[in-house]
Design a protein around this ligand. Structure first.
Ligand SMILES: [Zn+2]
Length: 221
């Protein structure tokens, strides 16, 4: 079985052209097929695949050099069934990635701590609302500045605990930490044409278990 790395999220998968189990992305055109083949054990040994996976997960982009791309495209021509993979990926033809892919990209870019890059997945009309503090922030630039200026002990990491999505919406539960402070964010995203237009975010705080229901509950570990 072919081992491969998803070029979009860095996840490991079986088969170069299959959908990634982590982000659900499938290669959709010749370039993406070539890139997927370049990130498979057709081209790299398992150590090199692990290293690529790490680099992509950390937010680095790993472009395929033009010579290798040509080689991979030639290999594709000799590969029976490749066109079938493309047909599967493109039917029904979708112009924009589903919200869940865009939101995974959002958190991948947040993890780089290069917050200006997050603009790649934000709409020009991007608005973020925090209902608890009754604040709204508009635009990718202010969003990037707010994150860059946020007082922290070191680089921030963002771990997706849960993600659910439909065509235009996705919801994540993410643990955020700088190694000293840890918090959880519940984030509701609205995505239009592949870009996040709105984010509504809640920061739940723990609280002590009320006594009035203690006879009905058990503690969560
Ligand atoms: Zn993936």
């Amino acid at each position: 079985m072919t081992m491969a790395v998803c070029f979009r999220c860095g996840g490991l998968k079986f088969g170069a052209f299959t959908a990634c189990p982590a982000c659900m992305h499938r290669p959709r055109n010749d370039d993406e097929l070539a890139q997927s083949l370049a990130l498979s054990d057709h081209n790299l040994d398992s150590d090199a695949l692990d290293r690529m996976s790490e680099r992509i997960r950390s937010g680095e982009s790993v472009p395929v050099d033009p010579t290798l791309r040509l080689q991979m495209l030639r290999a594709l021509d000799g590969e029976p069934g490749v066109r079938g993979w493309l047909d599967m990926a493109n039917s029904p033809r979708e112009k924009y990635p589903p919200a869940i892919d865009v939101v995974r990209d959002f958190w991948r870019l947040m993890n780089t701590n290069d917050f200006g890059r997050v603009a790649e997945v934000l709409s020009e009309k991007f608005v973020l609302e925090w209902p608890q503090s009754r604040e709204r922030i508009r635009g990718a630039e202010r969003f990037a500045r707010m994150n860059a200026e946020y007082p922290g002990a070191g680089p921030w990491s963002f771990t997706i605990n849960r993600i659910v999505g439909a065509k235009d919406t996705a919801v994540t539960v993410v643990t955020v930490t700088d190694g000293v402070t840890t918090a959880v964010a519940v984030s509701f995203f609205i995505v239009r044409e592949g870009k996040i237009t709105k984010l509504i975010e809640y920061w739940p705080e723990p609280y002590p278990a009320p006594a009035h229901r203690s006879h009905l509950v058990e503690p969560l570990e």
